[in-house]
Design a binder for this molecule. Structure first.
Ligand code: FPP
Length: 244
């Protein structure tokens, strides 16, 4: 979506918030527990923040659950996270459906377990008529990987004669991204005090505002979420232009 077409809520809050949920491991470590304990607490926090969205006027929430680089973690952690995603879908499906949440997944599904992919498809279909909050879960997602896959599909369309090189512009490439149905994020939040974007929504965040908070993800409350949304509303976004 073009930067100047982005919208905000009536009180100037962000319409689309993207979150890098960082700090689960450290949260668990501080309690002398295994890393998966932190991820479980992180999954519970997802529910709280999704539920807080309507109150903040946030229509789109995109969360980074597993990156293309996260496969480098130990086998125990990777398989524990995959099991957690399956459990999350089973346990949360009904609540998401009845609370008006439409769920989508972005990322490359090729490396994911078939059973998990089937569950993701099912949840997307089940919630496809909802429109209160659009929750997008990035799973096996990497910004560079997404742009590369989009470029490959675009090249294929050209090879097949359905497009020509003259059709290639930012708008056309955007249509091949996993996020093609979503507006660009207005605000990207990263928890746990790290000030990096770690390959998250690289293309889509070109004009986003960033907020890095020290709180570890399992401690990130709806109240803090509300504060961050309010501080976004106070910012002056210009999209490269000069305010007249
Ligand atoms: C980063 O923290 C977090 C992850 C790689 C996983 C994110 C997953 C969740 C929040 C839980 C499940 C989500 C859903 C949608 C059910 P880290 O492990 O890198 O923390 P650290 O930097 O303190 O080690």
């Amino acid at each position: 979506m073009a930067a100047d077409a982005q919208e905000t809520t009536p009180d100037g809050g962000p319409k689309h918030v993207a979150i890098i949920m960082d700090g689960n491991g450290r949260w668990a470590q501080k309690r002398g527990r295994p890393r998966l304990f932190g991820h479980q607490a992180g999954a519970r926090r997802v529910r709280d923040i999704v539920e807080a969205c309507p109150g903040q006027g946030v229509k789109y929430l995109t969360i980074f659950a597993f990156s293309t680089e996260n496969w480098k973690r130990t086998q125990t952690e990777v398989s524990g996270l995959m099991a957690l995603f399956r459990r999350y879908i089973v346990r949360e499906a009904r609540a998401l459906l009845t609370k008006g949440v439409r769920v989508r997944f972005i990322g490359d599904r090729i490396r994911l377990d078939e059973k998990l992919v089937a569950m993701m498809d099912e949840l997307e279909l089940l919630t496809s008529h909802n429109d209160l909050v659009h929750l997008t879960v990035a799973l096996n997602y990497g910004g560079r990987d997404e742009v590369t896959r989009a470029a490959k599909r675009l090249a294929y369309e050209i090879e097949q004669g359905r497009l020509t090189h003259k059709d290639v512009d930012a708008e056309t490439l955007s249509r091949f991204l996993d996020t093609h149905v979503l507006p660009d994020p207005d605000l990207v939040i990263r928890t746990s005090g790290e000030a990096r974007i770690s390959n998250f929504l690289l293309w889509q965040s070109a004009y986003a505002e960033y907020e890095f908070v020290d709180t570890l993800w399992p401690d990130f409350t709806p109240e803090e979420f509300a504060r961050v949304c309010a501080s976004y509303a106070a910012r002056d976004r210009r999209f490269g232009a000069v305010k007249t």
